[in-house]
Write a protein that binds this ligand. Sequence first.
Ligand code: ACO
Length: 325
Amino acid sequence: MKMIRSLIAGVGAYLPERVVTNRELAQRVDTSDEWIVERSGIRQRHIAADDQLTSDLAIAAARRALEAAGMSGGDLDLIVLATATPDNTFPSTATRVQAALGMAGGAAFDVQAVCSGFIYALSVADNFIKAGQARSALVIGAETFSRILDWKDRTTCVLFGDGAGAVVLRAEAGHGEVSDRGILSTHIHSDGRYYDLLKVDGGASSSKQVGHLRMEGREVFRHAVANLTEVVGEVLEANGLAPQDIDWVVPHQANKRILDSTARKLHLSPERLVVTVDQHANTSAASVPLALAEAVGDGRIKPGQLVLLEAMGGGFTWGAALVRM
Ligand code: ACO
């Protein structure tokens, strides 16, 4: 029986020019390069210029993904943009990207699942394609977290950065075999009981301010390892695979210690992990597509390989996707 799969036709990323190293940060915040590297693995982050908005980062990443796919904005049916730092409360940042790409028809909207946002957006777009409601989709993760950080709170401000990544999905008719290319499965979860452990303490309805990021770091760490281990197990079971069958794991880049602990628990080989947290810090919804773009761009991830994407974020939300590139 023929079935529709979402093929990843192109990947692209954009990082703001300005790089802030730990040492530079330590001149403004009571911290040190040693502490940040030891606790998180982060060495530097990119920070958007004052006049650069989330949509600017998203548009730049989207153009690169479209170019890699040999497509233009006019070829798209759908844009799903994951962000927790939209340009404005409304309209969606996705509609601004839609206009910039010259996509007159179709639909564009944002999804909000913080650091899991890209996995959620990928899952939504994949389901539109599998249901036959879209033939092509642009999935973007884009953030300017520098705007919601409390730069006086050393326990959080050292951990995040800005950036954007995007993938273009195209409907392909497969033959029901697991060896077919495309998105093989997506898995998303949330548990709102943990809302307060990682949040921004403001917003349109709750206060007059946009607010700042607040986090119970240790609790988040503990839940991240447990939830990610569980969801990766779910992916393997759903696809009848063992850890050694996975060619590459592209995790959300929050903290090198979370990556290592999860990999150890799942017996995933550390050489198969794509790690960018040292260079980008935590870019929330942008981190998975940024890491994917880097590993596709430098030739590590090759067509036909099995790639597992996973993420966890505020809400809590978490999820994973398995893709044959
Ligand atoms: N520089 C120097 N010292 C610091 C800093 C800093 N930037 N931040 C905290 N400290 C101090 C603390 O004040 C504390 O000092 P004390 O012992 O005198 O009280 C000491 O360092 C230890 O602080 P902890 O918070 O216990 O440090 P921990 O080892 O838990 O590391 C961290 C903190 C890095 C935040 C860790 O808990 C973590 O990574 N949690 C996961 C959070 C995360 O990744 N969130 C991202 C969003 S969710 C997601 O993406 C999965």
